[in-house]
Design a protein around this ligand. Structure first.
Ligand SMILES: [Fe+2]
Length: 215
């Protein structure tokens, strides 16, 4: 059976300091993210056992566990690659043009994305996603790891707004953490995700009218 795997970070735990402490990174990657990977694999194993035993009495709970843990794995994997030491600044090229088209300006996008993170009630994520029906960028507020997502959206850039992402360093002033991550964005990674996501055709014609499209 295929297994999900915890990816190595492409930088040292302390490489994102002073914006994110090495202690947070070590716990966040080595404990929290690792647990999502292990639980996703465990849940798939339990689903296999349920099929073998023809006993689907716990199916709803297992599906919920799979969505939670697999989404946690995907979002953390994107987040690590979205960040880099001495990152930040602003994107260029096609991604910059798409942000200007869909948000008016980079500054307006930054303000909205930060507010999406800051206003999550409880645990969750802020995400910039590519929405392939209307072929546009959207921000979304994801509760836990899996709720409130548009089904067609592909995450390009995410901010972990769970307390475990900032509390040891920023305590209750989470908005300071959401400011600090803007010093770490790896825009080459976000642009590469954007270019890859734009190639997806979800085969749902007539469901939206993309900007600039003619009918
Ligand atoms: Fe996290």
């Amino acid at each position: 059976m295929p297994q999900y795997v915890l990816p190595d970070l492409e930088y040292d735990f302390g490489a994102l300091e002073p914006h994110i402490s090495g202690q947070i990174m070590e716990l966040h990657h080595g404990k929290h993210h690792k647990a999502y990977v292990e639980k996703a694999n465990e849940t798939l194993q339990k689903l296999e056992e349920a099929r073998a035993q023809k006993d689907f009495s716990r199916l709803a709970g297992l599906e919920r566990s799979l969505a939670f843990n697999l989404s946690g794995h995907v979002l953390h994997s994107v987040f690590w690659k979205n960040l880099m030491p001495k990152g930040g600044d602003a994107p260029s090229g096609e991604l910059a043009r798409a942000i200007s088209r869909d948000y008016g300006s980079f500054e307006a996008f930054k303000a909205q994305m930060s507010e999406v993170a800051a206003t999550i009630m409880g645990s969750g994520w802020a995400a910039l996603v590519w929405e392939p029906l209307a072929q546009r960028l959207l921000t979304c507020q994801i509760y836990d790891h899996q709720s409130n997502l548009s089904q067609s959206g592909i995450p390009l850039m995410v901010i972990d707004a769970w307390e475990h992402a900032y509390y040891l360093q920023y305590k209750n002033v989470k908005t300071e953490f959401f400011k600090a991550v803007w010093n770490l964005w790896n825009w080459n990674d976000v642009s590469a995700r954007f270019e890859s996501a734009r190639k997806l055709d979800v085969l749902l014609p007539e469901t939206a009218q993309p900007a600039g499209a003619t009918r």
